[in-house]
Write a protein that binds this ligand. Structure first.
Ligand SMILES: [Zn+2]
Length: 290
């Protein structure tokens, strides 16, 4: 600290006046300013990043903004997104991740129109850019049920391999069922279609009607059976599908579902069992471990 004692003291009023004059002089010498480009309400440009889509834009109809898009632009998270993540109302309505995805994607796509795997890629990128690459979670050993602490590096995750050569021009996959020998064409469902199936099951359960989730999913993913695209044919076939055919269709569906390869491997310290499974992406996915 400097010692100001002994210096000439300028009365505050005079200093004020002097500063005002200086400011006026400065303003007068400046050319009128052009309005700032409206990047955001605050004028501050939020940095963005590109996320590679597991789907590579396949499976989206031509009218969708992500049709054939391999990468999409996303914003880094700000306090705005933090508000979304801490909103009790969004959490209760189960739309927290939907709101988050819609907030960070530059395209402002409807998050339910997206494929689940692409949604995962966006969420993982947002987590990585805001709370770091290291994601720690606790699960139970599949063998001895003891608590298992796992750690995954989100930056090292790859994609599930999908044979894109088998995807038709209609963005569908066509397979022959092993028992009935029917040729079934199916699409990869969006988050909205999966939600729809879940809601149908919940509604029936409430009404005391026997529910069948597999049926609800199959009737929504099947596009045609032996070339027949009629909904009544698809519904009746889905209802009466042979178990072996149904299981085959399920496995084919997951084989062709583009996604982030979100499997972890962790050896149990207690029993030595090598645990392998899917990393849970729950509400606490965005809690900072730091
Ligand atoms: Zn164990």
């Amino acid at each position: 600290m400097r010692n100001n004692e002994g210096r000439t003291q300028i009365p505050p009023e005079l200093l004020d006046q002097f500063m005002k004059q200086q400011e006026e002089k400065f303003m007068a010498s400046q050319p009128p300013q052009a309005p700032m480009p409206q990047a955001s309400p605050t004028g501050y440009q939020i940095p963005t990043d590109f996320v590679e889509l597991p789907s590579q834009g396949l499976f989206y109809p031509q009218s969708h903004p992500w049709h054939n898009k391999e990468k999409v632009e996303v914003r880094f998270m700000t306090t705005r997104e933090e508000d979304i993540l801490s909103s009790q109302a969004y959490a209760q309505a189960g739309v927290m991740f939907d709101k988050l995805i819609e907030s960070v994607t530059v395209d402002r796509v409807s998050s339910t129109s997206l494929l689940p795997g692409d949604r995962n890629a966006i969420l993982i990128n947002a987590r990585k850019n805001s709370y770091g690459e290291e994601y720690e979670f606790v699960t139970n050993c599949q063998n001895c049920l003891k608590e298992l602490e796992c750690s995954v590096n989100l930056g090292e995750l790859g994609f599930v391999e999908v044979d894109v050569n088998k995807i038709t021009e209609n963005n569908t996959v066509s397979v022959e069922l092993p028992v009935s020998k029917k040729q079934v064409e199916f699409k990869i469902m969006t988050a909205a279609e999966i939600n729809d199936a879940t809601k149908a099951v919940e509604k029936q359960a409430k009404l005391g009607i026997e529910t069948n989730e597999t049926f609800e999913l199959h009737r929504r993913m099947i596009v045609s059976i032996d070339g027949d695209r009629q909904l009544s044919t698809i519904v009746s076939f889905s209802q009466n599908m042979l178990l072996k055919d149904s299981r085959f269709l399920k496995s084919q569906y997951s084989k062709f579902s583009p996604d982030v390869d979100f499997t972890y491997e962790q050896e149990c310290e207690s029993c030595g069992h090598k645990n392998k499974g899917g990393v849970p992406v729950g509400a606490n996915f965005f809690w900072s471990s730091e």
